[in-house]
Design a protein around this ligand. Structure first.
Ligand code: SF4
Length: 243
């Protein structure tokens, strides 16, 4: 049996069961409605797991993403709770840097991600003991060592990445096999989908996350949601070679 064939719905269920059983408190799955997150949401909803499914509505999502949010709720008959930026900080940020000020500097971009994503995530994880995500090792160098289960120093929870060792093809096969709704942007060259102004389509052969914050250096990427055991942002330092 190949690795691909061994990745069945039961495997994802088993991993969710193992993660859920590892802690006694509240469990939260954060979805951004990418294909990995849709696979996990399917398993959670179909498996009846006691896991809160939430999303961070930054206010800058693609319309296709919000449409998929509604479609997913309709399909499974479950609410996916949205967490939003606080009004005063976001109004002040836009007043200070402009509506698209994140293009102007790394500092401005991180300030936007902090208000629109990181702070709402902190609220979403309040009182949680387990945080489930759709991270995969294959997605980028920064995620190459992502494990199935590990303590998350940044948020003080156990973090579960049940698809950590799945390939993209395996995730696609899973969603197709189970009729899981997926974002139509994936078929238009967007393997990774974040906020609309900060995500572009990638060319064939480009890394999956090349379209995220494409104007920045690779080593500066990530939005501040995922940190390593040392509490620092997960990333690798690359040695640049010049031909
Ligand atoms: S991805 Fe872009 S728009 Fe979204 S929160 Fe970060 S900087 Fe702001």
């Amino acid at each position: 049996m190949t690795h691909s064939q061994s990745l069945t719905r039961a495997d994802l269920f088993d991993r969710l069961s193992e993660a859920r059983a590892a802690v006694a408190g509240r469990a939260v799955f954060t979805t951004s409605f990418g294909i990995e997150d849709q696979a996990i949401a399917h398993a959670i909803f179909e498996g009846g797991f006691e896991i809160d499914v939430v999303t961070l509505d930054t206010g800058r999502l693609f319309p296709e993403t919000t449409a998929l949010w509604a479609q997913t709720e309709e399909r499974y008959g479950r609410r996916i709770r949205g967490y939003y930026p606080d009004r005063e900080p976001i109004e002040q940020l836009v007043a200070d840097q402009g509506i698209d000020g994140f293009y102007h500097s790394l500092l401005a971009r991180k300030a936007c991600c902090n208000i629109r994503k990181v702070e709402p995530l902190k609220r979403a994880l309040t009182g949680a003991a387990l945080w489930i995500t759709g991270l995969r090792a294959e997605q980028s160098d920064a995620r190459s060592a992502v494990p199935f289960l590990a303590p998350d120093a940044g948020f003080g929870v156990l973090k579960a990445n049940p698809l950590h060792d799945w390939t993209r093809d395996e995730v696609v096969a899973y969603t197709q096999a189970h009729g899981v709704p997926v974002n139509p942007l994936h078929d238009r060259g967007f393997p990774s989908i974040g906020c609309a102004p900060c995500t572009r389509a990638v060319a064939p052969g480009e890394p999956e996350r090349a379209g995220r914050w494409w104007w920045e250096q690779e080593s500066a990427k990530e939005c501040g949601l995922h940190v390593g055991p040392d509490g620092r942002l997960q990333r690798v330092v690359k040695t640049e070679t010049h031909a």
